[in-house]
Design a protein around this ligand. Structure first.
Ligand code: PLP
Length: 368
């Protein structure tokens, strides 16, 4: 691409993060690398290959299409799909050796119409139980009992039984412990049924980093793969951010006191000020909620002033710079750093919303 604005993804950061997380976990715990939403914006195939190279055991995505994309690019690791797929697509999943999430007997009743169980490949499933997130998963004993006969069929392999925490990033662990207790209770239903379950698992990145003793048989690591984690809550771990974002000044001008910047006259100069224009905007996923955040120019912090436009935004500079001067939006320059978590905090969101929002108009460049 010909643009000044580009994202750099460090594959060694992803590999090092996998190794660092692996080092925390009890022996024998499997590591599932979550590469949904195009690898949290870092590229799903590249992230998957980096994680696999560092010893991840399997991959996870949210949707069937994401899994098929990885298969079409030759990724051969086991792939787990976190959201239920349409029952009509069951044969597609079997053909591509994809592992499915099931939450309810009704799924099997519908899938049966499309299923040819005569093949030698079994359908691999993980049962999802809802212990308090309130998103997907079975919640009651009755739902479980209804599911059991389906799971006992020869053409099915129950590779997992899992839940997902709602508050693993919160300092207060009360609700997390409630969810744990509920999960252990549901695990007993599973054990009492006599069904052979491959892996019990409940921890995503935050729970795995904070409470490795909750890992059980497997952890599902997304955010931490890319270096996103609550640093204040996790001691003795050092993960590296994989993503940096660079651009450059395309115009620099002196604005006189009282003159305006941006749509709706959203900024007015309080004194004579140097203003630079940077070619990134909400059309790239750089949301208007990032107005007021800072970028680095020659190691100095420069604030985004005025409303962010679709293709450009303006920053206030401490002096004049040559057009073409590098601007760092995420990452380090000289002694200074802009962390994605700082931007997320300003925008009232999480780091992964910023990384997944970066559109395809921003080229990803991969560095070893
Ligand atoms: C996305 C997702 C994960 C990964 O969570 P991180 O916090 O990014 O590690 C794990 N489990 C489920 C069910 C998910 O949807």
């Amino acid at each position: 691409m010909y643009r000044d604005t580009r994202a750099e993804v460090s594959l060694s950061a992803i590999r090092d993060n996998v190794a660092e997380i692996r080092g925390l976990l009890p022996e024998g715990v499997k590591l599932m690398a979550v590469v949904k939403a195009d690898g949290y914006g870092h590229g799903s195939e590249e992230s998957a290959r980096a994680a696999a190279g560092a010893g991840a055991d399997c991959l996870a995505v949210a949707y069937l299409d994401e899994a098929l994309t990885l298969r079409s690019r030759g990724v051969e690791l086991p792939i787990f799909i976190l959201a239920p797929i349409h029952p009509a697509e069951v044969m597609l999943a079997i053909r591509h050796q994809l592992t499915l999430t099931v939450t309810h007997a009704e799924w099997f009743r519908q899938a049966e119409m499309y299923w040819d169980p005569s093949g030698k490949e079994k359908l691999q499933v993980h049962v999802k139980v809802d212990t308090g997130l309130g998103r997907i998963g079975l919640r009651t004993r009755e739902e479980w009992d209804e599911l059991v006969p389906w799971l006992q069929q020869d053409c099915i392999e129950v590779d997992g039984f899992y839940t997902h925490f709602a508050t693993a990033a919160r300092e207060d662990t009360a609700f997390l412990l409630t969810q744990c207790a509920r999960f252990l209770e549901m695990k007993e239903w599973s054990q009492a049924s006599g069904i052979k379950v491959g892996h019990y698992h409940c921890a995503g990145s935050n729970a795995a980093l904070r409470f490795p003793e909750l890992a059980m048989d497997m952890v599902r690591i997304g955010a931490a793969l890319y270096g996103f984690y609550p640093e204040n809550l996790v001691q003795g771990v050092n993960l590296r951010p994989a993503l940096s974002l660079y651009s450059s000044l395309i115009q620099v001008k002196l604005l006189r006191k009282g003159e305006y910047i941006g749509y709706d006259n959203s900024y007015v100069a309080e004194e004579d000020e140097w203003i630079g224009t940077v070619p990134i905007g909400y059309g790239d996923g750089w949301s208007q909620s990032l107005q007021g955040t800072e970028m680095l120019v020659e190691g100095r912090r420069s604030q985004v002033v005025g409303k962010i436009c679709m293709d450009q935004l303006m920053i206030r500079l401490d002096r004049s710079y040559m057009p073409g001067t590098e601007v760092v939006l995420i990452g380090s320059q000289r002694e200074a750093t802009i962390a994605i978590s700082e931007l997320a905090r300003h925008a009232g969101t999480v780091s992964q919303e910023i990384s997944t929002s970066l559109s395809g108009r921003v080229e990803r460049i991969y560095k070893e």
